[in-house]
Design a protein around this ligand. Structure first.
Ligand code: CU
Length: 342
């Protein structure tokens, strides 16, 4: 009897999976969106809105030069045999609250607005062995992106769109805090809240949908259009992301994603920063590349009062890093979010 019930339940599950066969994307459930760590991954149907909130956290601990770890003692040296810098960064935590809105004036085009609020904290050790930390927080760079459909297969299972975005210099590039060497000191590049420049955000995204598996990929760029008011230009960035998600029901999907990002050194220099003080203030110690492997969960409420609300989380671990250094290495990233389309 028990076996029969399980067999019948199994048949119903298989039947339900097949019921999705020719369904439009909206009935694909949780897996219709990429993992929450991917931005601008999906378009909306004409007239549809979406609001979202994401919390992102990135933890960095220790330094790297090329692929090798560098200790803070190697960076600062001692009073008897000084190293290249007075101060070594020890760890950094960066968190971001990201509010997003999407609206599709028609089926071809979806518009997206992103408003980040950033919090950063960095811990250091001086050559004398003194520890101190600095922090900065506030509005980051607001971005506006258009997602334009390039291709949709007749059955809706393959979709490609172009992303054309603009990031505005709304984030502070003059954040300051007290250090042992100076009160109200200009903070190094990584502690600033914005790029200070208008940045172009081009990209291409692809999504594919099977019966219970979905997949996708995205290539995106951050192109700095000019030097900012502090006489430097952050490096351009290039990112590839590829993912596969498996649906366990219309409500739940899990995903795995591999991302690789390459970014350049800083051009120019903020005249207020002393590159001999700390590696993070040295424009030549900023470029690098990194791969992250992330596991994600996507949950879509399919009935009741919360129908249409979506909760998702993604946990990333860096699996490869090669940095122009010494530069802080990224360890973990966490993204958790809420999305609601109407
Ligand atoms: Cu959306």
């Amino acid at each position: 009897m028990k076996v029969q019930i399980i067999a019948i339940a199994g048949l119903i599950a298989v039947h339900n999976a097949h019921a999705h066969d020719n369904a439009p994307m909206s009935s694909l459930g949780a897996s219709s969106h990429a993992p929450i760590g991917v931005m601008a991954d999906h378009q909306h149907a004409a007239g549809e809105w979406m609001l979202s909130y994401r919390y992102m956290d990135m933890t960095m601990k220790g330094m790297r030069e090329g692929g090798d770890s560098v200790t803070s003692a190697e960076i600062t040296g001692t009073m008897m045999s000084p190293g290249d810098y007075m101060v070594a960064p020890v760890s950094m935590d960066m968190s971001m609250h990201m509010l997003g809105a999407m609206y599709a004036p028609n089926d071809q085009l979806t518009l997206m607005l992103m408003l980040p609020v950033v919090e950063k904290e960095m811990k250091h050790l001086t050559r004398m062995g003194q520890g101190f930390s600095t922090s900065s927080s506030g509005l980051g760079d607001i971005s506006m992106t258009g997602l334009y459909s390039l291709y949709r297969s007749a059955d809706g299972r393959h979709r490609v769109h172009a992303n054309i975005g603009l990031s505005l210099p709304t984030g502070d590039i003059d954040a300051r805090d007290d250090t042992p060497a100076m009160a109200n000191a200009k903070l190094p590049y990584a502690m600033q809240l914005g790029s200070g420049s208008v940045d172009l955000l081009p990209g291409v995204s692809y999504q594919g949908f099977g019966d219970s598996v979905s997949w996708g990929g995205q290539v995106s760029l951050v192109v700095r259009s000019d030097y900012n008011d502090n006489d430097y230009r952050l490096g351009n960035r290039l990112k590839f992301s590829g993912w596969v998600a498996r649906s366990y029901s219309r409500a739940l999907s899990v995903s795995i994603r591999l991302a690789h990002e390459v970014w350049e050194d800083i051009d120019g220099a903020d005249p207020e920063l002393n590159p001999m003080m700390v590696p993070t203030a040295d424009p030549a110690n900023q470029g690098g590349e990194r791969s992250d492997l992330s596991l994600g969960l996507n949950y879509l409420f399919t009935k009741g009062q919360l129908k249409g609300h979506r909760l998702a989380a993604e946990f990333g671990q860096s699996v490869y890093q090669h940095l122009h250094g010494p530069q802080m290495e990224v360890d973990q990233t966490i993204t958790a979010g809420w999305q609601f389309a109407f």
